[in-house]
Design a protein around this ligand. Structure first.
Ligand code: SF4
Length: 420
């Protein structure tokens, strides 16, 4: 039987899910480049209204007509390079979660105007930009700490576009990222709990958001937690036993740890994290109750892709009993597309060749074969953006100067290719 799932442009998320970004604007998902719409902001609208806002209706109709929505270019670009995109992953999840027939029924209920009567069953809430880190690929919408160094960086770089970007990063008005402090937003979330299957809390760093523990306790004790999969995206620098006490009440909890490499490499990217704290917290999380699943999501960019084998080897040396036990599905690379000058596409051809060879032979040795790393390599080799390298070099040097870090010491081999 042919179902909507066989369509090359269909994604279940416009029928099931909403993402609220740190500034309150909503989008199709965490990867979609949904335009910032005045009437799709949680600062002014309810989640329910946004789910049937014109853009969501148009997106559903486009997908049903076999047209790829512009918001979803990242998924389609990755699929063209043979990579298993977020769209494919989410379609598999929702097919399993609801069943193929139920998913088809939900899609069939779409009106001619693109509306659906049954509202979202999944929310991804990027609860503000409070964060203790300022990662090199982030901006003020991800971390309020960016304002601290961005002006200094703007004074150091000479590239006009980089300067403008740093000036933008410096402008971080906390008021723009405070939607999660509105009681009415949480009232709507609590009211939706009976139908919620999945709740994602991310930030910023969700464990540092003001009022986080109270919100967690309220949801954990609502009587619906046993039906909900709760997922956190955390940088693994903070964790506590008080949190664990609430997590046991959920059907399932996923702690998705954003750790991009090991040792000083991760600390350089996720400045100013302390690697020893991260390792300590990973071991704490490894001791969490059975319903808590812990996995690693690592963002791959120009500086760290060469070191993926060493990162995985370090990880294996820790002998975690549960973290990413199912390596194949739970040790997940994701590809940094923005800023474009940090993307793996900017790397010089010789370095790309070295990375390709290294990852291919590492994959051959792996007991747990995965096509993901080879998929990333395929994406890396699909396009040449070396024209952005002057910007990459300038940004790295400016970061080292302003933060007092040492890229050449953290990434010596990549530095040789970039700087000669
Ligand atoms: S196709 Fe990709 S970008 Fe679009 S909603 Fe689905 S997962 Fe998100």
């Amino acid at each position: 039987m042919t179902t909507i799932l066989s369509s090359k442009v269909f994604c279940a998320l416009p029928w099931t899910h909403l993402t609220a970004y740190t500034d309150g604007c909503c989008g199709l998902c965490c990867l979609a480049t949904t335009p910032k719409l005045d009437d799709a902001s949680i600062n002014r609208n309810s989640f329910g209204d946004i789910f049937n806002q014109q853009h969501w209706c148009d997106t559903r109709l486009k997908m049903l007509a076999g047209v790829a929505p512009a918001d979803c270019w990242r998924c389609f670009k990755e699929e063209q390079s043979g990579y298993k995109s977020h769209r494919i992953v989410e379609n598999n999840i929702w097919e399993k979660r609801l069943g193929r027939d139920e998913l088809q029924r939900l899609v069939n209920s779409t009106t001619a105007a693109g509306k659906v009567e049954e509202s979202f069953q999944s929310l991804d809430l990027r609860v503000g930009n409070t964060c203790n880190l300022q990662c090199v690929m982030c901006g003020p919408s991800d971390s309020g700490r960016w304002a601290k160094h961005a002006l200094d960086l703007s004074n150091v770089v000479t590239d006009r576009e980089l300067q403008a970007e740093m000036d933008f990063r410096a402008k971080c008005d906390p008021k723009n990222y405070s939607w999660h402090q509105q009681g009415r937003v949480w009232e709507e979330v609590y009211e939706a709990l009976p139908r919620i299957k999945e709740l994602v809390l991310a930030g910023g760093e969700p464990f540092l958001i003001e009022g986080h523990l109270d919100i967690l306790k309220k949801i954990a004790n609502s009587g619906f937690a046993k039906n909900i999969i709760l997922r956190y995206h955390t940088n693994c620098t903070v964790f506590s036993s008080e949190i664990v006490e609430e997590l046991v009440k959920f059907k399932k909890v996923e702690l998705c740890l954003s750790i991009d490499s090991y040792g000083e490499k991760n600390d350089w990217i996720r400045y100013p994290s302390k690697w020893d704290d991260i390792v300590k917290n990973m071991h704490l999380m490894d001791q969490t109750p059975e319903n808590v699943d812990v996995w690693i999501n690592f963002s791959l960019m120009a500086m760290n892709i060469l070191y993926v084998p060493e990162w995985i080897t370090f990880f294996d040396s820790q002998n975690f009993k549960k973290i990413s036990k199912d390596r194949k599905s739970r040790f997940n690379p994701s590809i940094v597309h923005n800023p474009d000058y940090l993307s793996i596409l900017v790397l010089p051809a010789k370095l790309k060749q070295a990375i390709t060879k290294k990852i291919q032979s590492f994959e051959e040795e792996l007991e747990w074969k995965t096509d993901k790393l080879l998929g990333v390599v395929q994406v890396m080799n699909s396009e040449d953006k070396t024209h952005l390298l002057p910007k990459t070099r300038q940004y790295i040097e400016a970061l080292d100067r302003v933060r007092g870090t040492d890229f050449r010491s953290a990434f010596p081999e990549v530095a040789r290719y970039l700087y000669g």
